[in-house]
Design a protein around this ligand. Structure first.
Ligand code: SAM
Length: 316
């Protein structure tokens, strides 16, 4: 697809470039904030699965830059934003970057160290594995990323804090909802206007972090497994109706963002210059080391008739 036709087909992709966001996902976080006011009182935040960085940009523009530009700004008092991804990303003002796998305990330790004993008021996670198109499989891998996010939450989130995580809606959504409800009394699944209706993506907005009494983060997985088994449900009092009836549990689901605003599933005409032409903008920040880089190099090399990029030396 050409750049101009994507601009026409995807209004949020075009608007992201116009407003300087690295990805259209920025609008999802902004629309979640419009509905849930997630940035109120936030001074420390963790952005999990952050590359190419549009959510980190939102955090920087909403939290760090206003504090830095305020007349009574003090260096040690500025908001702390820690962003993690498998991929490296270009720098963003006020954002500390950690390159690592969020499912790895060492990454969680690095994040915790940055907080130096203090805790965050907000953890966001827009993690997505490479989607296979097999919904059950994609939903399962996605839920593993959320559970990795929840592990980090149990170490770094302040009581009363919020956790926002991308989910894929599917047959295990009720289980995930129950697992999140163990830690957050208020859990809403939200669908921002900028997230296409055709996509199974939604966001769990979890409020007022309150781990069970006497909870030890080491017991997280045992606790979550327990909720997955019918015998464990009663003692955990997750929700009435679990495993009963066609709906199992009632999950609050909310559309957010200006409902009369842009529709992400519609095409919009392109704005024309006075001479009748349209100029598509370049990406704000192309990925600096995308996983597909090597594939592009190989494709380019094969177009030039080169068989292999790096021929192993026979005498080494
Ligand atoms: N929120 C980002 C933004 O606004 O630019 C977009 C995130 S993108 C949809 C999903 C990201 O999840 C990818 O950059 C990918 O590298 C990252 N990811 C997937 N699995 C991960 C893992 N196990 N640990 C860390 N990052 C992961």
């Amino acid at each position: 697809m050409g750049k101009a036709s994507r601009d026409k087909r995807d209004i949020y992709y075009r608007k992201a470039k116009e407003e300087g966001w690295r990805a259209r996902s920025a609008f999802k976080l902004l629309q979640i904030d419009e509905e849930f006011n997630i940035f109120e009182g936030v001074k420390r935040v963790v952005d999990l699965c952050a590359a190419p960085g549009s959510w980190s940009q939102v955090l920087s523009r909403k939290l760090y830059l206003p504090a830095k530009l305020s007349p009574d700004a003090r260096e040690g008092d500025l908001p702390l934003i820690v962003a993690i991804d498998l991929q490296p990303m270009a720098p963003i003002e006020g954002v500390i970057q950690v390159q690592g796998d969020i499912t790895n305990a060492r990454t969680a330790e690095v994040v915790i160290r940055h907080f130096d004993g203090c805790k965050a008021e907000l953890v966001v996670c827009d993690g997505a594995p490479d989607v296979t198109g097999l919904h059950d499989m994609d939903e399962f891998v996605q839920s593993q990323l959320i559970l990795a996010g929840l592990t980090i939450v149990t170490h770094v989130l302040k009581e009363g804090g919020k956790f926002i995580a991308k989910i894929f809606r599917g047959k295990d959504t009720s289980l995930l909802y129950c697992q999140l409800k163990l830690f957050f009394p208020i859990v809403t699944f939200a669908k921002p206007k900028s997230s296409r209706n055709s996509s199974i993506e939604a966001f769990a907005v979890c409020e007022n972090y309150s781990p069970p009494e006497g909870f030890n983060p080491k017991d997280l997985h045992r606790l979550l497994e327990k909720i997955g088994s019918p015998s464990g449900v009663d003692d955990l009092d997750c929700s009435s109706g679990w495993l009963e009836g066609p709906n199992k549990v009632y999950i609050p689901f909310l559309a957010c963002g200006d409902l009369s605003g842009y529709d992400s599933d519609r095409s919009y005409p392109l704005p024309k210059a006075p001479d009748g032409t349209y100029k598509s903008l370049d990406p704000v920040q192309p990925p600096i080391a995308p996983p597909y880089k090597r594939a592009l190099e190989l494709k380019k090399a094969s177009c030039h008739g080169v068989q292999e990029l790096e021929k192993p030396s026979l005498d080494s």
